[in-house]
Design a protein around this ligand. Sequence first.
Ligand SMILES: [Zn+2]
Length: 241
Amino acid sequence: MKASVTDQNLLLNLQEIDTAIAHATTKMAALPEREQITAIHSRMKLVADELELAQAALTDVTIDLRRSEVDVEQVSARMEKDEKRLASGAGSPKELEQTQHELVTLAKRKAELEDGELEIMMKVEEAQNRVNTLINDEDGLKKLELELNVRLENAVTEFEREIALKNSERTLVAPKIEATLIELYEKIRAKEYGIGAGALVGGKCGGCNLAVNAIELERIKSLDLEEVVRCEECRRILVRI
Ligand SMILES: [Zn+2]
């Protein structure tokens, strides 16, 4: 195949543009923020599950506390009633003695109930602290997620702008090159990891970076400059510059 020297040189320009587009596309897909956001999402899921459990536990101990308060209130009410009866002096001496006994028993019971209430209050406090901590964690993760999303969006916008710019450069360069040369280039590029053409520099192929052997180099030198040369190793188009 033959192609003008200008077209061959333009092909190297096109390769540079295509390589830049490929690099930007790869980098955009591999932005670290994507992985970080996924990690944040799994942490958020864990915290949400834990928070649900902690809130259920808080509800349970709060109910226990209310029950315990009612128990204490009931005993207190009964003691108040007994104390009033004693103060009034109404009833037989035997009845008054019974009331006094009852008061002693009730006071003991009340002290026990209050100890229990104190324990439950501590449990409520612990449960509340746990809920607060998890809500804080959740807020922190949401903030982090937001920051990462902004960073990701900015980085994607930057890459998209770069790719759009390169694509417009491409639309200027590609139509100038002869169609058959472009076709060959695209065919090779599709098979060879995005690289269809390389410059022959210092006896090396710019496509695969391997040295072209001396005999082949001599042969290439003897060829007409318009002859399209291919690398013996990678079969990519070799442009003499
Ligand atoms: Zn090569």
